[in-house]
Design a protein around this ligand. Sequence first.
Ligand code: KG4
Ligand code: ZN
Length: 356
Amino acid sequence: MLILGLESSCDETGAAIILGKSKSQQVKILSNVIASSLAMHSKTGGIIPENAAREQIKFIIPVIENALKKAQVNLEEIDALAVTHGPGLIGSLLIGVETAKTLAYIYNKPLIPTNHLIGHIYANWIENSPQLPAIGLIISGAHTDLILIEKHGKIKWLGGTRDDAAGECFDKCARLLGYDYPGGPKIAKLAELGDPNKYSLPRPMMNDKSFEFSFSGLKTAFINATKEHFSVLRNNPSSVGWQQIALEDKLEESEKQILYDLCASLEQAIADVIIKKTIRATQSYDVKSVLMGGGVAANKRLREQLKAKLDNSNTKLYYPPVNLCVDNGAMIATAAYFNNQPVDWKKVEADPSLYF
Ligand code: KG4
Ligand code: ZN
């Protein structure tokens, strides 16, 4: 089965062709093209939704054409279309949804509307065959959720964040240090040189029995600890920050270790909370797999430590390669392949607040 998947929920425009083989229970990517307007948003210090939508309009047709060309297929040969219909920015979502509806109408193809968050988890079925039931751990810039996938199409939401998402915590802390979005990879790089046990930052809700998260208090604790150590942040807060000189470049060699230790301690605190809750979910539901998805799933410390915790259990950890952790059309097409529920194109609508 050949599926064209479209993703346009935020600042990435993705189109991919995947080939699903029912016998092997996994899919193969024939093409996966992504255009990003991220660099443009760095200049404005964050995503301005209208600008993101305008970029989506510019990219959507070339990205689809490119994906078809790379896969050497034409639209007549496609068996179904899949599109992200939420959650996301309404202006951005509409571009993908309306394009997909138009193609479904013109080429008379089934259209499968797909939840972006579920798409992130299904990136794990690309050239791989995780066993169900599974716990899905969605960790992105806007979401931190634990879900139970009993079988394809049967998903139960276990809990999510009450305030900031894990990625948002990384991003806001990185901003204080003078880095623009996405801040997670920058903190992770500084953390490589640091001692994760040097500063004891809070682990909010870690021992709470629920599967809910909260990262806002940890963010504040990190900001306060960093300000306490670096007078440049206290005395002249505007001297570092987005688009200006990163704090690291203002520090004496002897001070830099403090910064690295703070970043490592932050990364460890986030990892500890996520790992503890995920392990508790695997034990509560006796699952065969844990499936990570979303941008923060690219974090090496988190991946390695979660893997080490699951190594001697019957639960296997899966995470997508880094290029499939970011928003892309292949994950949307893959989720649609396993949850093949086409909807009449006239009834498909963008839903910015779609959840589980
Ligand atoms: O899934 P994604 O690409 O976009 C959303 O749908 O939100 O996730 C982006 C998030 C950002 O918060 C970014 O800082 C974070 O993923 N991220 C990381 C790493 N790479 C990306 N966080 C920690 N460590 C990383 N290596
Ligand atoms: Zn995403």
